[in-house]
Design a binder for this molecule. Structure first.
Ligand code: NAG
Ligand code: NAG
Length: 383
């Protein structure tokens, strides 16, 4: 069931360089790190791609390396974590610190648009929300990596919806708890009552009525046009366009915009933001709401069941990073999430205007986020 293909990045980079397209492989190669592409197949037959940085010239410690698996947010992909480059990008810093670094790409993103028999040009392909990303995709990635590396556990580093998939998986399939050593959740999206984003306002009417279908597709044409358009206009206008977020940050590394716009958005299903909007409306962290009649058929009850957060008990405490000024994932909601978890360490960012993407792209991210994360991983992953 697992392995379909493994090929080394150098094979892929030739063709990609010709088309001038920026990809995770070309970015990693460009920084002189080794890279591998891996494909794995879910129980429901999606074929997903993960990237791996198996090594770094700066790692001088021999022996086995603990696995770190990166989980990206909505409209993002593995690319998101890679754009900062080696000095300030956590995947490279962890490879330098002798970790075996893996970057997931959830179904529907530019790297994971294959299915055994469904066509991404048809709506059937897009019948999923973050629920399936957790219960199917994340489980598949974890099992694939553990089998390939012969390790017993992975460490998880997640941002935003990546955290949602983690919470969904461990709630729904608690047997995965013992496969997770540590989990770092940055701006975890779960309770959404106090969230305010463009997705929740401007796009809401469209998202709520459209069928399950592709949304914010990664397009080559747009990837070439948007950087120019944004340069002529204003970068912060493009910030709105990109992540539907809406609030300028004084920390954001603006040098990253051209490559960010060339690689994002990476593609999602309309059901993903619709499920999040449902969470905002209900104030609950619960499964997808199909409407009363279909809920009765699917769940045996009129409203969708809550995710059982008391099931989330990986082998060491969950470490949450959150910010007072993140309007996409509000601090009030994150603290409520923390109160529902059995074992949790809360790391609060109080810097004014520290927003949702600053956990990855702030100028000071190496100092404020990445080094503390590496310390946590060093402490727990060796035990
Ligand atoms: C978080 O929610 C509270 C309560 O609704 C609100 O007062 C606050 O402005 C929100 N924070 C952000 C950064 O949007
Ligand atoms: C800002 O982004 C640029 C371009 O991606 C990168 O080279 C640089 O290292 C980044 N700086 C920081 C502090 O993250």
């Amino acid at each position: 069931m697992w392995l379909i293909l493994i090929f080394y990045g150098c094979l892929a980079v030739g063709t990609e360089a010709q088309s001038g397209k920026i990809t995770a492989v070309s970015i990693i190669k460009g920084h002189n790190y080794p890279v591998e592409s891996h494909y794995t197949r879910t129980r429901d037959d999606y074929i997903l791609q993960a990237f791996r940085i198996p090594n770094s010239a700066s790692c001088r410690r021999p022996g086995t390396k603990p696995v770190v698996l990166f989980l990206h947010g909505m409209t993002a992909s593995a690319d998101t974590f890679l754009l900062n480059g080696p000095k300030d990008g956590l995947p490279y810093m962890l490879a330098d610190a002798c970790y075996d670094v893996w970057l997931a790409n959830f179904r529907g993103t530019r790297y994971s648009r294959l299915h055994a028999y469904l066509n991404p040009n048809k709506n059937e392909f897009w019948r999923f929300s973050f629920h399936e990303l957790g219960v199917e995709d994340l489980a598949t990635f974890i099992d694939y990596i553990l089998q390939l590396t012969n390790e017993k556990t992975v460490n998880v580093v997640a941002h935003s919806q990546g955290c949602t998939t983690f919470l969904v998986l461990l709630s729904m399939r608690p047997e995965y708890n013992e496969k997770v050593k540590t989990a770092i959740l940055m701006a975890p999206a779960a309770f959404m009552e106090h969230t305010s984003t463009l997705g929740q306002t401007v796009f809401r009417p469209y998202i709520m009525v459209s069928p399950d279908s592709e949304f914010l597709q990664h397009s080559k044409l747009r990837s070439h046009i948007m950087p120019t358009v944004c340069r002529l206009g204003s970068w912060s206008v493009c910030n709105l366009y990109l992540f539907l977020n809406g609030r300028p940050s004084s920390h954001f590394n603006t040098s990253v915009y051209p490559s960010l716009l060339a690689t994002h958005p990476a593609g999602i299903s309309t059901r993903q933001p619709r499920h999040f909007i449902q969470l905002t409306d209900s104030g609950k962290f619960r499964q997808y709401d199909y409407g009363r009649v279909k809920n009765l058929i699917v769940y045996g009850q009129k409203s969708p069941p809550d995710y059982k957060l008391y099931n989330v008990q990986p082998l060491s405490p969950v470490h949450i990073f959150y910010s007072d000024d993140d309007s996409s994932v509000n601090a009030t909601d994150v603290r409520f999430l923390g109160s529902k978890l059995t074992s949790v360490v809360m790391n609060r960012i109080t810097k004014p205007t520290w927003h949702h993407l600053d956990f990855i792209f702030a100028i000071t991210v190496a100092q404020d986020i990445n080094k503390p994360i590496i310390q946590i991983l060093d402490k727990f992953s060796s035990k």
